[in-house]
Design a protein around this ligand. Structure first.
Ligand SMILES: Cc1ncc(COP(=O)(O)O)c(C=O)c1O
Length: 331
């Protein structure tokens, strides 16, 4: 059989926008080619973000995009990805331009990824952060936030969240998601929707791609972001909104037994928003149905991500031309 042209093997992913931003220019999303020697591919030396644009009657708005790009730029500092010449505001502007070009007709998901690319002349082969060029690309996908209104079934994973002294927790480092993939695969192969990972001490860290909240003894609790978990932007959003609404939120260590005895458990992430956990490792959480605190927190979140006149208008950046203008700048 004749070898296939690699171009014929590249298929658009479901919902992939027609255009991408890749290494300084807007290009057709299926056209970019990376060298097979790309360092980030071999060694996981990259960092990414997931950002949401929500579509509502008021228009299309990016949510906390500046905060997501600030987190990405901090991760770049960690990985010595020094070639990104844009600040967070400029990256948001590029993202708005890309979303406009791609004109998704549903909520959209934005995936920037910054990574180590090629050895510079004089750099010996091997794992290195120095002497390696770097790159940034952004793709967008049209897909609605699932909201999983009826809740998900989770398992306590056999895989542990890597400790921060092995894998920095505050950045979404591509290589670290091998653990995520193993835990998600284990959960799905066993019939669960998602996994909750413990840290090295056996305390609750986070779900595969979400933070964990629980209602314990009437109080909303989440593990502190000084632990081995990604300090999620959705987590911060929910803590802020709940406290502003007069609901106490305690950041404290959660043990597995706290989850098994909690009245309610839910997950928080940009990708899926607030997702109720109705069972854990085969046991009902609380009554086994979506609880009132989770429902209220979901309402607060939905309002914040879709309403330019809502609690924090500065969190929203308008994308579509009919959206109400805001400054789009975050403090
Ligand atoms: C490991 C992990 N924890 C938590 C989260 C939630 O973070 P955020 O709310 O910033 O999306 C994510 C998001 O993808 C994640 O990958």
């Amino acid at each position: 059989m004749a070898p296939q042209d690699s171009a014929t093997l590249i298929r658009p992913a479901l919902g992939l926008g027609a255009w991408a931003y890749d290494r300084g220019e807007f290009v057709p999303a299926t056209a970019p080619r990376l060298p097979l020697s790309t360092q980030g591919l071999h060694y996981g030396t990259g960092a990414f973000e997931g950002i949401r644009a929500h579509r509502s009657d008021a228009g299309v708005f990016l949510f906390r995009a500046h905060d997501h790009y600030r987190r990405l730029l901090r991760a770049c500092r960690l990985l010595r990805i020094t070639g990104i010449r844009h600040d967070a505001g400029e990256l948001v502007d590029l993202t708005v331009e890309l979303l406009r070009r791609n004109a998704h007709d549903t909520d959209a998901y934005v995936r920037p990824v910054a990574y180590k690319l090629s050895l510079l002349p004089g750099t010996p082969p091997g794992v290195s952060l120095h002497g390696v060029s770097d790159a940034l690309s952004i793709t967008t996908f049209g897909f609605p936030q699932s909201r999983a209104a009826g809740g998900v079934r989770c398992v306590l994973s056999g895989w542990r969240r890597p400790a921060g002294d092995s894998l920095p927790a505050q950045a979404k480092i591509t290589g670290g998601y091998a653990t995520t993939a193993l835990a998600a695969d284990e959960a799905r192969a066993s019939g669960y929707d998602d996994a909750i990972l413990l840290d090295r001490s056996g305390n609750v860290a986070e779900a595969t791609t979400a933070n964990v909240f629980a209602v314990v003894g009437g109080t909303l609790v989440t593990p502190p972001d000084t632990g081995d978990l990604l300090p999620g932007i959705t987590r911060d959003t929910l803590i802020t909104l709940c406290r502003e609404a007069g609901t106490e939120v305690r950041e404290r260590v959660l043990r597995p037994a706290d989850l098994f005895t909690a009245d309610e458990v839910f997950l928080s992430s940009t990708g899926n928003g607030v997702v109720p956990v109705i069972s854990l490792s085969g046991r009902d959480v609380g009554t086994g149905a979506v609880g009132p605190v989770t429902t209220r927190v979901r309402e607060l979140y939905t309002e914040a991500v879709t309403s330019p006149g809502g609690a924090r208008p500065e969190w929203l950046t308008p994308v579509s031309s009919h959206a109400t203008p805001t400054t789009g700048k975050q403090g």
